[in-house]
Ligand binder design. Sequence first.
Ligand SMILES: Nc1ncnc2c1ncn2[C@@H]1O[C@H](COP(=O)(O)OP(=O)(O)OP(=O)(O)O)[C@@H](O)[C@H]1O
Length: 225
Amino acid sequence: MIKFDNVSKTYAGGHQALRQVNMHLQPGEMAFLTGHSGAGKSTMLKLISLMERPTAGHVFINGHDLNRIKPGQVPYVRRDIGMIFQDHRLLMDKTVFDNVALPLLIEGYSIQEARKRVQAALDKVGLLSKERHYPVMLSGGEQQRVGIARAVVTKPPLLLADEPTGNLDPKLSMDIIRLFEEFNAVGVSVLIATHDLGLIARLRYRTLTLKEGTMVDDGLQEPVV
Ligand SMILES: Nc1ncnc2c1ncn2[C@@H]1O[C@H](COP(=O)(O)OP(=O)(O)OP(=O)(O)O)[C@@H](O)[C@H]1O
């Protein structure tokens, strides 16, 4: 599903965020990506979602080399990726329904078809009864679930989550992970960047570990350091 082949990323200004990273996430796999603050986790997710480009090496999605994707083709690649952020990035002046409908309306779905899909996504995250609410009326955990509904409403085969449980207590964090597990159980590949070692320890998923931009453990073999 996702392959990094000797990927390095140096930002303008000279900071090397990733150093010759190799990894392969299989279709239908769920894995955690961890490491200290600044280790390069978000940078990896940004390279997969084409928000950044590698300085060297290749990132592949389903065998397609993202280096070959031209700027005009980026939206087509992003269609296959559901992104979830710690701060969920909801539009505060739009209802829950409208927030979740947005990706469908951008893709040109009819209102009727969008309504069906939005309601199915909200039902899945347990928030159908709050479709007319505004995000400010929801708890942090509920807002995060709206962000997840928005990410899955287009049924992407890949979910990328950047610190999705960052602001949540352990019980709510586990609820969010259980939701990811439900999507994973129907074949969606899931990569979750997190600092939350306690959460990772309670689960038995493959864990990729970055240290200062180097992949020191890809979760498949004994740590190399
Ligand atoms: N746009 C940018 N320009 C310059 N440097 C950047 C940029 N984005 C990230 N960096 C730097 O690259 C390094 C890796 O950042 P990244 O956000 O990938 O780390 P992270 O592991 O996700 O950290 P955190 O857990 O704190 O979010 C950091 O030193 C960061 O300051």
